[in-house]
Design a protein around this ligand. Sequence first.
Ligand code: AMP
Length: 282
Amino acid sequence: MLQIDKILTLRNVLTSWRRERQTIVFVPTMGNLHAGHLALVQHARKLGERVIVSIFVNPLQFGINEDYDAYPRTLELDVQKLASEGVDILFTPSVLELYPRARKDLTTVNVPIISDILCGAARPGHFSGVATVVTLLFNLVQPRIAIFGEKDYQQLLIIKRLVEDLFLPIAIVSHPTVREADGLAMSSRNNYLNPVERKLAPYLHQTLVKMRDNLLMGITNYTALEQEGRDALLAAGFNPDYCVIRSALDLSLPINNDRQLIILAAAYLGKTRLIDNIKVHS
Ligand code: AMP
């Protein structure tokens, strides 16, 4: 595996691969890799000849009071994991390499409306930071295929929109959420949970499963179900940010004959913000 941190080096290697018409599959990450990330990488391996993973903790997508500095950085371990997955290139640019200009001078990318709801409402500027870095990385790597996890469902839809609106010739492939044995969605932020919080954390997934079961049983009062979900999370010791039923196509408010629904929640457990979602009809 080549570990590259300079744009120029990356471009030189990629040019020769492209000349040989090799399919490049790209998995962007912020590192601190767990089995969820590795599942994306394994899927990438099946889709093309060359797999590129990036690790970049993107300052643009963190709010001023968020965990940019504290975000777990475990490069040495990540390198070992990716090398044993047969990754071809690990791209690890510095902040200065990707953003040579001052923050206020940067060209940014914004996908309107869908970026301003749910996690976007709670984290202003977050999805513009995501859309900007993903666009930069797409332009540098120019993959044929890029893989994103369904764990970050709103992010996945925003990236699909970005690719569509900017006519980028990249297929966006999604991968189901990988969970711990007790149902908790794997996340680098699970590291922040203390033992008591960690025991409680799977209740977020359980709440979504219960809401899904109620929908599948034919309950159509979405507002009441959402309130029930919020109340259950509160009673269990979470501080819910949102717990909603939406259209899985664009996260708009569902209408009663909508066939593709998704339930999404974000909730604080202590200081840790957890997110999860579950499709109603898989
Ligand atoms: P991150 O490093 O958190 O930015 O995540 C990098 C990629 O991995 C994103 O596409 C995430 O959606 C995906 N991802 C993170 N956690 C999981 C998980 N538990 N299951 C599947 N994909 C995940």
